[in-house]
Design a protein around this ligand. Structure first.
Ligand code: Q9C
Ligand code: ZN
Length: 342
């Protein structure tokens, strides 16, 4: 049983898309409500989310995009469609802001893949997922704890200012990071989901204040392909505040640990005074859609090395699709924070 305060809201379960386009066919949607239920079952006293409203969401996301998330499913139904809303045309050439009305145009404008349908409960669930991250952050900012866990779901790290993708709609980690910075904190984000956190990277790409460090599968072989390459280091004033540490398929804890050491050195050098960890358990050996080889006991080791930074830490849940092992993997990760003396 974890002694770290953990936050979750039942309304996050409302999002339940039927299927996703995967390798040329429709398969059952991998990012299921049961993921959150499995994790939730590890905790005796999950704390509910407080409602911080839309303002902190708009600190990161474009108002037109947020309005799209709220209305897309209703417009989809109003257009006479069945099932979940999903796009089929994307403006990759000379993308510019057109104020198009048709739902298919909006779906193309505000997404970058076909893995992220908008279902009836999507807005409710992603709204509360973001509020859960903000509530877990406030426990740290209010001085009630140094470590806090946000059981976010839907996840967030693939979502950018004005797009969804990779099962993500609102970028929970970025929203919390922006809020922490707003309260005067110097923030670093460590993303250890299997997939590169392209949305988070994009949001802070030109920002010199927020460091983004990611350890993930080599994008030449793995989703999201177009971002997360090691030469991406930020731009303009943000040049040097993005660090990508891609690793090959098959990576085990030894090589993973070497990358983690590099990440931790960068975070210490940034002189962060608050760390947001985007945690995905899809680095697990038995994950059905991923190809690293970490084991349950490795998560405790990884967390205790992160804990040794001795910073206030907000852990935000991202991916992890081996549902039967997910609760135990999350519990193993969080245990690494309280087994190390402060
Ligand atoms: N055949 C997270 O872990 N897969 N997102 C696309 C490829 C998308 C994973 C289908 C994977 C997204 C938060
Ligand atoms: Zn992932």
């Amino acid at each position: 049983m974890s002694s770290i305060p953990a936050f979750f809201d039942e309304r996050q379960l409302a999002h339940e898309p039927l299927q996703e386009l995967h390798n040329g066919g429709w398969t059952p949607y991998a990012e299921t409500p049961s993921r959150a239920r499995m994790i939730a079952s590890e905790f005796a006293g999950l704390r509910p989310a407080r409602d911080f409203g839309l303002e902190p969401l708009l600190g990161v996301h474009d108002p037109g995009y947020v309005e799209f998330l709220r209305s897309a499913f209703i417009e989809w139904r109003a257009s006479g469609r069945d099932g979940d809303a999903i796009g089929y045309t994307w403006p990759v050439v000379r993308r510019r802001k057109l104020d198009l009305d048709r739902i298919d145009a909006k779906l193309g404008q505000y997404s970058y893949d076909a893995a992220t349908p908008i279902a009836e409960g999507t807005w409710e669930a992603c709204y509360w997922s973001a509020q859960t991250a903000l509530t877990a952050l406030s426990a740290i900012l209010d001085g009630n704890t140094r470590t806090s866990f946000a059981l976010c779901r839907p996840p967030g790290h693939h979502a950018g200012r004005d797009y969804c993708g990779g099962y993500c709609y609102l970028n929970n980690a970025a929203i919390a990071a922006e809020r922490a910075r707003h309260s005067g904190r110097r923030v670093a984000i460590l993303d250890i989901d299997y997939h590169h956190g392209n949305g988070t990277q994009d949001i802070f790409y030109e920002d010199p204040d927020v460091l983004f460090v990611s350890i993930h599968a080599e994008p030449a072989t793995d989703y999201p392909f177009f971002w997360g390459h090691k030469e991406e280091r930020g731009e303009g004033p943000g040049d040097g505040t993005t660090l990508n540490l891609p690793l090959p398929r098959g990576t085990e804890i030894h090589e993973y640990g070497a990358a983690l050491d590099q990440a931790l050195i960068a975070i210490a050098a940034h002189q962060a005074d608050l760390l947001v960890v985007s945690f995905g358990a899809d680095t697990f050996v038995d994950d059905p859609i991923s190809n690293f080889r970490l084991r349950q006991e490795d998560y405790c080791v990884i967390a205790s090395r992160i804990a040794a930074l001795n910073l206030p830490i907000l852990v935000v849940m991202e991916g992890g699709y081996a549902v039967d092992a997910l609760g135990h993997n999350v519990e193993a990760f969080l245990s690494g924070f309280y087994e190390v003396p402060a």
